[in-house]
Design a protein around this ligand. Structure first.
Ligand SMILES: NC(=O)C1=CN([C@@H]2O[C@H](COP(=O)(O)OP(=O)(O)OC[C@H]3O[C@@H](n4cnc5c(N)ncnc54)[C@H](O)[C@@H]3O)[C@@H](O)[C@H]2O)C=CC1
Ligand SMILES: O=C(O)C1=N[C@H](C(=O)O)C[C@H](O)C1
Length: 269
């Protein structure tokens, strides 16, 4: 009998980390073989199940990612950009599939993933849910059907602890709108309006971010014209949707050729 793919969860104490631990341990298709936290975190050296307030799971949280990755077929990583870049090199060394949910990655982070993807599979998306990835496709289609008389605005809302804006999802949606319209997002992007901004530029794609309370993640793509408006909306009410998507990606990546992939590849959208 073939063993189930072994999964390591990085940032295991985080909001997504804990959801991933629950999702992997509940799955019949994978097993949890490691949990990584940053050096100095009070969970390091303790059993992950007990840290999360439940029964022992037989997996001790470590601050040594390479030791953990060496036992794994996949690493699921929802942490922070600098950590993710470090994990990409180590996951590639271990030839483990690296599923990246981390957002807020800048160009200098992203360019460091290329060398790792020469040796291993990397699957990265700013949102791992089926619903959002479908919304990305819908946004692209609607943008392609409408001209610049239709102003495009992406509005997102998240919990008070989120550190990056616009959200990774908002950027995916803005990119899809730009692709649909056949323009370069950076040329038309308008973020963070404040003060006397002047009238809206024709063809701009605007981004607005709300932060508050425990909002899991809400995204609207607004197409506003004279006399009518289309609003495409996704509301996440449970982080399990992201964890399920990430586990699906980790399993899909087994046996694939090294390279960079996204959730569109995984979901076949
Ligand atoms: N792609 C997607 O579907 C989703 C992406 N995210 C993204 O995932 C990331 C994490 O989100 P949350 O779980 O809400 O944040 P969080 O702050 O609750 O968790 C992050 C965890 O990473 C750990 N960490 C940071 N540096 C580390 C290192 N060097 N080594 C090991 N662990 C390290 C922290 O200690 C913390 O436990 C964010 O970038 C967020 O935007 C969140 C939800 C869905
Ligand atoms: O930080 C979060 O919480 C989320 N981050 C992702 C993003 O930046 O879009 C996905 C989801 O919206 C939750």
């Amino acid at each position: 009998m073939t063993a189930l793919p072994g999964i390591v969860v990085t940032g295991a104490s985080g909001r997504m980390g804990q959801m991933l631990v629950r999702t992997v341990t509940a799955s019949e298709k994978a097993r949890l073989v490691g949990c990584v936290e940053r050096a100095g975190h009070h969970w390091v050296g303790r059993d992950i199940g007990e840290c999360m307030g439940g029964a022992a799971l037989g997996v001790t949280v470590t601050d040594d990612p390479l030791e953990a990755f060496a036992k794994a077929q996949a690493v699921i990583d929802f942490t922070a950009p600098a950590a993710t870049v470090e994990f990409a090199a180590l996951a590639a060394q271990a030839r483990a599939v690296h599923v990246i949910g981390t957002t807020g990655m800048e160009a200098h982070h992203l360019e460091k993933l290329g060398p790792a993807a020469r040796h291993a599979v990397i699957i990265r998306a700013g949102n791992m849910s089926l619903g959002v990835n479908l919304l990305v496709r819908l946004t692209q289609k609607v943008a392609a059907a409408l001209d610049a008389d239709w102003d495009i605005e992406v509005v997102e809302a998240h919990h008070r602890m989120k550190v990056d804006a616009p959200s990774g999802t908002a950027l995916m949606l803005g990119q899809a709108a730009a692709d649909g319209r056949g323009v370069v997002l950076d040329d038309v992007r308008e973020s963070g309006r404040d003060g006397i901004t002047g009238a809206r530029a024709r063809g701009a794609i605007g981004f607005s971010a709300i932060r508050g309370g425990d909002i899991v993640g809400e995204h609207d793509v607004i197409f506003a014209a004279d006399g009518e408006r289309i609003v495409l909306r996704h509301i996440a009410t449970d982080r399990a949707i992201f964890a399920r998507g990430a586990l699906k990606a980790a399993l899909w990546g087994q046996g694939k050729a090294p390279g960079e992939y996204d959730m569109m590849d995984v979901l076949g959208l």
